[in-house]
Write a protein that binds this ligand. Structure first.
Ligand code: ADP
Ligand code: MG
Length: 252
C-alpha cells in the first residue's frame, strides 16, 4: 500500500508510521518502506540513515543491488523498516535512461511478500521516479489530504499519474481512498471540505484523522504516537483505520 501526494505536510509519513504500528498492534507482520530522501519515516521509527551501513539506496540504486532483506531492520514499534536514504534525492538522474526503472521497487519487494501481511510505502513529496516505482509496486494507494481548500491543488495531477501508472505499468492499482488528515471538525471550513471530497474525486473517502498536538511530539522519540500517546485521539484514529483496512483485506 503506497501513501502518495506530491504535496508535503499532508501526513503521509505520519500515516505510514502510525498505521504500521497500529497493524503491528493487531498482530500483523508489517514492513515500512521509506522512499523519501528526507527519510522522515526512518527517523520516526528510531533510525538515522547516516548511522546505518545500508539503506534502500543500496537496494535500488547500487551497481550491485543488495537484496532488500539484507537491509531491513526491526524497530521498537514492532514493525520492520527498509530505511530511507539521502541518496534517493538523485534517484531520478541516477536512473535516467535505465530500462525497467519503474519496476525496481516491485522487484526488490517481491521476495519479501510472503514475510509480511502489510507493506506500507512512504513516498516523497513529488511525482518523480520513486513515486512511480511505489505506485507500480502497490496493490493500493492511499492519498492523505489535509482538509483545507488549497490542499486540493495537485490532487488532479496525482490522479492523472495514477491513471498513467494503471495504463503503463500496473493495471491492478486501486485507490483505497483519500485519507483526510489534520482534521479539525470544530471548523466549518474543514467540515465543508470533507463533505465535498466524495463527489469531487469519485474515490472512497476514509475516516478522517483528527488534528492533535501529540503527533508533533512523537518523531523526536523515535517511536510512533501509538507508543508515545497510547490513548490519544490520534492513536485511536489510526487503530480504527487499521481495523477497517484489516477487515477489507480479510474479505478480499
Ligand atoms: P508528509 O509526510 O506528507 O510531508 P508528515 O507526516 O511529515 O507529512 O506531517 C507533517 C507535519 O504534520 C508533521 O510535523 C506531523 O507531526 C504533523 N502531523 C501529522 N498528522 C497530524 C495530526 N493528525 N495532527 C497534528 N499534526 C499532525
Ligand atoms: Mg513525509
Amino acid at each position: 500500500m503506497a501513501f502518495a501526494n506530491q504535496k508535503g505536510g499532508v501526513a503521509k509519513t505520519t500515516s505510514v508510521v502510525s498505521l504500521a504500528a497500529a497493524l503491528a498492534e493487531r498482530g500483523r507482520r508489517v514492513l515500512v518502506v521509506d522512499l523519501d530522501a528526507q527519510a522522515c519515516a526512518t527517523f520516526c521509527l528510531g533510525f538515522d540513515p547516516e548511522d546505518l551501513e545500508r539503506t534502500v539506496a543500496d537496494v535500488l540504486l547500487g551497481p550491485n543491488p543488495r537484496p532488500a532483506i539484507s537491509v531491513v531492520v526491526p524497530t521498537d514499534d514492532g514493525v520492520d523498516l527498509l530505511p530511507g536514504a539521502l541518496a534517493l534525492a538523485s534517484a531520478d538522474q541516477a536512473l535516467a535512461g535505465r530500462r525497467g526503472r519503474e519496476y525496481l521497487v516491485k522487484e526488490a519487494l517481491e521476495p519479501l511478500l510472503g514475510n509480511y501481511d502489510w507493506i506500507l510505502v512512504d513516498c516523497s513529496p513529488s511525482l518523480g521516479m520513486m513515486t512511480i516505482n511505489a505506485l507500480t509496486a502497490a496493490d493500493e494507494v492511499v492519498i492523505p489530504l489535509q482538509c483545507e481548500t488549497l490542499s486540493h491543488r495537485g490532487v488532479g495531477q496525482l490522479m492523472e499519474t495514477i491513471d498513467d501508472v494503471r495504463r503503463l505499468t500496473n493495471p491492478r492499482l486501486r485507490v483505497a481512498g483519500i485519507l483526510p488528515t489534520l482534521y479539525d471538525g470544530r471548523t466549518t471550513h474543514a467540515r465543508a471540505v470533507l463533505a465535498d471530497l466524495p463527489s469531487r474525486y469519485g474515490v472512497p473517502v476514509l475516516r478522517p484523522v483528527s488534528r492533535s498536538i501529540r503527533f508533533a511530539e512523537a518523531p523526536a522519540t523515535g517511536r510512533s504516537i501509538l507508543a508515545t500517546a497510547r490513548s490519544s485521539r490520534g492513536a485511536q484514529d489510526y487503530r480504527d483505520l487499521a481495523a477497517s483496512l484489516d477487515q477489507v483485506a480479510a474479505a478480499d
